[in-house]
Write a protein that binds this ligand. Structure first.
Ligand SMILES: *Cc1c(COP(=O)(O)O)cnc(C)c1O
Length: 358
């Protein structure tokens, strides 16, 4: 079976982890600092703050912005649950907005309809590896003097008009095993704001400004040197791996674009997509097609089967997001990650053709 995701761990990651182990400096130290510096440079921002995972990156971003009970945070209904939970962690209310059905990304018009005097932040997600309509959100957040947090958990290296995702607002990244680059578990926050960066470093480490001087309530959300040692190596290969994702996606585009009942991913003209997922839309029978592809050795996944406004944890939520609800029944992700070989991508295209053209 061709898996839908697979982490690539090579000799350089292994050697770098072994050097951490031999150093005895296992917790946050010089490897974390090196990873932060390299990551900030790569994204094109002043500061990068490493943390234990992408969920914590979102959580700390909202804490650094002083989001609190009574505040509202606008998030897309069509994303991974962590994007919305981060508002609840602060006692704030996530407000679900709908998406653009071509890009699957947050729709600025839907966001505008949901802004109230309580709105304190907007969190567009660069879903599946394609930047959201970020200039629109920069404009909206500036007009309303509210915060912009970009959930970049699926968009390491993605560009909007040449500029990397994570460089527009406060960027939050995940290095979970299935993402475009991994540290096992891990996360990063990017910003150009020195005050926010300082605050994030305090919150990550017990609110400690000098040894055993605690100026505010903080946490232990530090990344280990072991994880950072993996991340340093992965970052060096990210552009090459994203290139392989794009090459696989282009091949599938060519083979699948004329099949009736299937829509290949749309890429907005100003975007450089990094295909965290290659997501096609199927008119109907999505679940049956998924099963048939599995019998042909093609692993697929549904991102995501239930929009967040319909999740049990948000069952009291009454917002309607019709596009998100419709897309949840139509989307199917096909494997394009860099561990997919040339033979395998041919097999993926053939299998889809066989299942859909009958
Ligand atoms: C993976 C992911 C997260 C959470 O990251 P973790 O590292 O798994 O905590 C948040 N948002 C989105 C959109 C994600 O895909």
């Amino acid at each position: 079976m061709i898996p839908i995701a697979k982490p690539l761990i090579e000799q350089d990651e292994i050697d770098n982890v072994v050097s951490v182990l031999k150093s005895g400096q296992l917790a946050q130290g010089r490897w974390v600092e090196e990873f932060e510096n390299e990551f900030a440079k790569y994204i094109g921002v002043e500061y990068a703050i490493a943390v234990v995972n992408g969920t914590v990156a979102l959580d700390l971003a909202l804490k650094a912005l002083n989001i609190k009970a009574g505040d509202e945070v606008i998030v897309p209904a069509f994303t991974f649950i962590a994007t919305a939970n981060t508002a609840l962690f602060q006692g704030a209310k996530p407000i679900f907005a709908d998406i653009d059905e071509r890009t699957f990304n947050l729709d600025p018009e839907s966001v505008k309809e949901r802004i109230t005097p309580k709105t304190k932040a907007i969190i567009p997600v660069h879903l599946f590896g394609q930047a959201a309509d970020i200039q629109a959100f920069v404009d909206i957040t500036e007009d309303h003097r509210i915060a912009l947090v970009e959930d970049c958990a699926q968009a390491h290296g993605a560009r909007y008009k040449g500029k990397r995702a994570g460089g527009f607002g406060i960027g939050t990244f995940s290095f979970y095993g299935t993402k475009n680059m991994t540290t096992g578990e891990g996360g990063m926050i990017t910003t150009n704001n020195e005050t926010i960066a300082k605050r994030l470093r305090l919150l990550r480490n017990h609110g400690q400004s000098e040894k055993y001087l605690h100026t505010e309530l903080g946490y232990n959300y530090r990344m280990t040197n072991i994880a950072a040692a993996i991340g340093i190596c992965q970052l060096k290969k990210l552009d090459r791996w994203n290139g392989e994702r794009r090459k696989n996606a282009k091949y599938l585009d060519g083979k699948l674009k004329d099949i009736r009942g299937l829509t290949v991913p749309y890429v907005a003209p100003h975007n450089e997509h990094v295909y965290h997922q290659y997501v096609v839309k199927l008119g109907k029978d999505r679940d049956k097609i998924k099963e048939e592809l599995a019998t042909k050795g093609v692993g697929t996944a549904v991102h995501y089967p239930i929009p967040l406004n319909k999740q049990p944890v948000y069952s009291k939520e009454k917002t309607e997001c019709p596009v998100s609800e419709r897309m949840a029944t139509q989307v199917l992700s096909l494997p394009v990650h860099p561990a997919v070989t040339e033979e395998q991508i041919v097999q993926v295209a053939k299998a889809v053709e066989e299942v859909l053209i009958r």
